[in-house]
Design a protein around this ligand. Sequence first.
Ligand SMILES: [Zn+2]
Length: 76
Amino acid sequence: MASLIAHELEESVTDPDLNAWYDQRGNENADKCAWTFGAVYKTSNGAYANMLLGGKDYLIQRNWVNASGGYCAISY
Ligand SMILES: [Zn+2]
């Protein structure tokens, strides 16, 4: 759920009226990296996560970095 909220938040910032940033296929920035997480680790309950925020583990999708030819990343 946190990953989906992050996905939609990213797109609301870069394409709030559905006429701003998207690629030639109509994918917005978060769509280009949907369901990709980069390096993950296993938490104590067996779930996978890729970041620790406020002492809690989260599995948040990567986002499109529109630089250097473009790539998916957790940070820029
Ligand atoms: Zn999307």
